[in-house]
Ligand binder design. Structure first.
Ligand code: MG
Length: 275
């Protein structure tokens, strides 16, 4: 009899309790492994290039160090007039430059260097910026031994979100940003349906972890969203400091493909939860 109780305890009660606890800790149902289907298409094979310096074979090279033919002046729409030499482009006071093409959700790689000769302080030292959709800035700033307000330093989403850490290199050193951006979505009435998000790695270090953008990043205005098309040009800022850029490439992301890679998400969307 004792043996049967012991069996019941270990064979039925304890596993049931564990399952219950596991469900409670998840706070929701889960998909059993045998119900997670494999996507029907194999992941596309691409050549990522050598680590650190390569350009993935499916990326669009926006600047290869030779010319700014993929860019135009943000001032007058004419030719981009930044200095191009020795494999880099340098801000020279002629105004922002914007891409001729427009982009929505994307992965961007960009390398930059603040001036080797340190001049100015705070926002006046090595300031530039990568504006996604011409509106949402990931700050470029010489934040090496340059105390300033935290959400305005290198890798900050300007005046909104400070980076998790300060991974800034020395003035003059080449640095990289790898950024995953998801564009905001607006409903038919032009109201915000989904905020934009950023994930940013600065010199390979995670500094923004899928953060939501509050809206435009003007330094002295309340962030706001105004409806705009899904795809918009990328803009690099001329803040009056001779910041340099090189090796800029972008990979447009495809939301449809993202969903196709996750059939269980598709299944969940097709079968609304019963509440
Ligand atoms: Mg800036």
């Amino acid at each position: 009899m004792k043996h049967r109780i012991k069996l019941w305890l270990h064979g039925v009660l304890v596993p049931a309790l564990l399952v219950t606890l596991s469900l409670a800790s998840r706070g929701a149902s889960f998909t059993p492994y045998e119900e997670i289907p494999s996507p029907k298409d194999a992941p596309k094979v691409i050549d990522p290039g050598p680590p650190g310096v390569g350009v993935p074979s499916d990326a669009i090279q926006l600047f290869d160090g030779l010319d700014l033919s993929k860019w135009k002046s943000g001032k007058d729409g004419g030719e981009a007039k930044w200095i191009v030499k020795d494999g880099y482009a340098e801000v020279n006071g002629t105004g922002d430059v914007v891409t001729k093409d427009s982009f929505g959700d994307c992965q961007l790689h960009i390398e930059w260097a603040a001036p080797a000769e340190v001049k100015g302080e705070g926002q006046g030292r090595g300031n530039s910026g990568v504006y996604f959709q011409g509106r949402y800035e990931v700050q470029v700033l010489d934040s090496y031994n340059n105390p300033n307000y935290y959400h305005g330093q290198a890798g900050g989403i300007s005046k909104q979100l400070a980076p998790l850490v300060n991974a800034c290199g020395k003035p003059g050193a080449w640095q990289s940003y790898d950024i995953i951006f998801h564009a905001p979505r607006f409903d038919e009435e032009g109201k915000l349906a989904k905020a934009a998000t950023f994930t940013v790695l600065h010199n390979g270090v995670l500094i923004q972890d899928h953060v939501e953008v509050l809206g435009t990043t003007d330094h002295a205005a309340t962030p706001k969203y105004t409806a705009h098309p899904l795809k918009q040009p990328l803009r690099l800022q001329d803040h009056g400091n001779p910041v340099r850029y090189r090796n800029i490439w972008i990979r447009p992301l495809n939301e449809k493909q993202f969903v196709e890679r996750q059939p269980h998400v598709q299944a969940a969307q097709a079968t609304p939860a019963k509440h």
